[in-house]
Design a binder for this molecule. Structure first.
Ligand code: HEC
Length: 256
């Protein structure tokens, strides 16, 4: 006679596979967070997850086939006797759940996601000819006037750009986390510090929509400000933006 537990071995197998899934998916990230002393959870990579689940299913199958009796009671779920009401109910549940589960896997595998594009993105494409010769008309003025423009620019910056680029120009505005391609941190010396002012002018005027192909595997949320801000306002914002970030624009090399 098979033990009571054995006669429900299919349910036990399914339950243990679910438990393995829950442990790997939800428990282990926090266990590793504590063990490795990280400040964030450590999710299991999906390929590793797949392998663990395959091993879990194989392990369960090996267990239920260790004896003829176990195997027979495992399979008996497929053809329960008429009088066994519980088994019949469980069998129905399995028969309904299996296609649903399979459908869910196929759906979640094919539904369009928000994965990062694989191509690299060119952050600083070649400056368009239209902007190449442009000079900031507000930067070659007396020191007093320049300070006044910078102050005006800082205010305009806080008004228009802070939501994304942050009040300290460090790319940590309240909206910043909503974008996968984060707003630029201007205090990083590798960003606006490496371009001439007319480059910043181009990027502000034309934003994400004005970027050439090499820069668009990732969609940029940077708005195009042409039509919203005047040229004067943008030049002043540029001055305020550099001042807020504490970096200086690249200077043009003198032609021989
Ligand atoms: C909706 C959010 C958002 C707002 C508002 C916004 N930006 Fe951006 N900005 C971005 C994102 C995202 C990027 C990075 C992607 C890119 O380079 O296009 C970016 C990039 C830039 C760059 C390119 C810097 C570099 O080194 O390549 C400049 C310059 C810039 N922003 C200036 C501004 C200014 C000035 C304002 C205000 C007038 C502003 N942005 C408002 C989201 C925003």
């Amino acid at each position: 006679m098979a033990k009571k537990k054995d006669s429900y071995s299919m349910i036990w197998a399914i339950l243990s596979i679910i438990v393995v899934f829950v442990i790997i998916k939800f428990v282990s990230p926090y266990v590793f967070k504590i063990l490795l002393k990280k400040d964030h959870a450590m999710p299991t990579p999906s390929t590793l997850m797949l392998w663990y689940m395959i091993l879990g299913v194989l392990g369960a199958l090996v267990y239920v086939s260790t004896s003829d009796l176990k195997w027979a009671s495992f399979l008996s779920f497929m053809l329960p006797t008429e009088d066994d009401k519980t088994k019949k109910l469980l069998q129905k549940m399995i028969v309904i759940a299996f296609p649903l589960l399979l459908g869910w896997f196929v759906y979640s595998g094919t539904v369009p996601g928000t994965a990062s594009p694989v191509e690299l993105r060119i952050q600083h494409p070649t400056l368009l000819q239209k902007y190449e010769k442009m000079e900031n008309p507000y930067s070659h003025v007396s020191e007093d006037l320049k300070l006044k423009y910078i102050e005006e620019g800082k205010i305009l910056y806080q008004h228009n750009c802070r939501p994304c680029h942050g009040s300290k120009a460090d790319g940590n505005g309240p909206f910043a986390n909503a974008f996968r391609l984060r707003p630029i941190n201007f205090t990083d010396p590798g960003t606006i510090g490496t371009v001439v002012e007319s480059f910043a002018f181009w990027r502000i005027m034309e934003g994400g929509p004005g970027l050439p192909d090499g820069s668009t595997p990732w969609d940029s949320a940077m708005p195009a400000w042409e039509g919203t801000l005047t040229d004067e306002q943008v030049w002043k914002i540029i001055m305020g933006e550099y001042a807020t970030a504490g970096v200086v624009p690249r200077q043009r090399e003198e032609m021989e």
